[in-house]
Design a protein around this ligand. Structure first.
Ligand SMILES: Cc1cc2nc3c(=O)[nH]c(=O)nc-3n(C[C@H](O)[C@H](O)[C@H](O)COP(=O)(O)O)c2cc1C
Length: 360
């Protein structure tokens, strides 16, 4: 599938470029909503490092490659995508926009991409699926709580047509989010309890106690899944190997966008050793700090199969709902297509490490 024309500069709604999106979000959103989206944890060292890691790589194009258009289409976990992009799970979605993940999943379907739908949504997963007819969705769940509840959630997701289950392993408790504490941001449980009206989230995730889950628990949980497992929050080669041992079909190299443990390494920096450790045994996606089509290109050139986009999607949602998310996703695709033509790549499979150089 070919992405939006590389020469196009018009996007739906008022979001004209991804840089403009961030400026608009900061100036137009309510301060507590902006803080919730933009915050990291601790001193936000990891948030900054995620971005800086992309600056450590330069592109070395191949000129006169005869490339007239770029085909950004690919597959991930057997799901056909118009570009190697999935929307990252975003909890407390109804704090950002009442339509929340229903709008995100619908926009992802409109753009031919897949949505990873957060367990901590204000909407039940069935309602999200109903809003995105024909779209591809992956259900995200946390590695915490009773295994029976996990299996129940996964079964509901499969019944509603979700294609895979993504287990987030870096969130046994919430990170220490300074900005939210400073502003006393308070989020109504209705904004994140759509899947657990019984208050399970209030008791576990929002509480002060960590998770008792181990890799053994995840393996037991995985044995009861009937769809592929994706493990999100892998930052080390050894944890990636644990994911392989659990029978996972994919990992997401992620530090939760620097919102969980601060001072962990940038995801892009960890990607190569994780790819080496898994040695093609599963698919590898990466997220954290991806803010342009060029960033996607760099992640793919280092060997990732796909990327997840968090804050830009959250900003598009908070500013303009479904239209805003679609504009953001289409901008990423258009920029990626433009980057591919300029670098001499007609297809995603043409993107390779020879097109990158470490900044000296
Ligand atoms: C507002 C917001 C809410 C998030 N909620 C969740 C969540 O419920 N579950 C989860 O696994 N990750 C969650 N994340 C992390 C994202 O899925 C993703 O890993 C991260 O945002 C990627 O980094 P980026 O924002 O720099 O693109 C959230 C991120 C943001 C910005």
């Amino acid at each position: 599938m070919t992405g939006p024309a590389a020469g196009s500069t018009t996007a739906a709604g008022q979001i004209r470029t991804l840089t403009h999106l961030v400026r608009r979000a900061e100036s137009e959103l309510r301060p507590d909503v902006w803080a919730y989206i933009d915050t990291g944890s601790g001193d936000e060292v990891t948030v900054a490092d995620n971005r800086q890691a992309f600056g450590r790589w330069q592109l070395v194009p191949r000129q006169l490659a005869g490339v007239t258009t770029a085909d950004t289409g690919t597959t991930f976990l057997g799901i056909g995508l118009s570009a190697p992009v999935l929307t990252a799970p975003i909890g407390c979605d109804r704090f950002l926009c009442d339509d929340g993940l229903r709008a995100v999943a619908a926009a992802a379907a409109d753009s031919g991409m897949a949505a990873v739908v957060a367990e901590a949504s204000g909407w039940p997963l069935e309602d999200v699926a109903a809003a995105a007819t024909g779209g591809s969705m992956i259900m995200q769940a946390h590695a915490s709580g009773e295994i029976g509840q996990f299996v129940e959630l996964a079964d509901r997701a499969v019944a509603a047509g979700y294609r895979a289950v993504c287990v987030t392993i870096d969130c046994p408790v919430l990170g220490w989010r300074e900005r939210l504490r400073r502003l006393s941001v308070s989020i109504d449980p209705a904004h994140y309890s759509g899947n657990h009206p019984d208050g399970r989230f209030a008791a576990t995730l929002v509480g002060e106690t960590g998770s008792s889950w181990t890799w053994r628990t995840l393996r037991d949980a995985a044995d009861r899944l009937t769809v592929p497992l994706m493990v999100k929050g892998v930052l080390s080669a050894s944890d990636a190997v644990h994911a392989v041992d659990c029978g996972a079909s994919a990992v997401v190299v992620s530090n939760h966008g620097g919102r969980q443990l601060d001072s962990v390494p940038a995801t892009l920096d960890q990607l190569p050793e994780i790819l080496e450790a898994v040695d093609g045994q599963l698919a590898v996606a990466v997220d954290g700090g991806i803010r342009s089509g060029g960033d996607i290109f760099k992640a793919l050139a280092l060997g990732a199969d796909a990327v997840l986009i968090g804050r830009p999607v959250a900003m598009g949602l908070a500013l303009e709902g479904r239209t805003g998310v679609k504009a953001v996703l289409d901008l990423f695709t258009a920029e990626l297509a433009r980057t591919m033509v300029l670098a001499g790549c007609a297809r995603i499979s043409d993107i390779n490490p020879d097109l990158l150089r470490r900044r000296r």
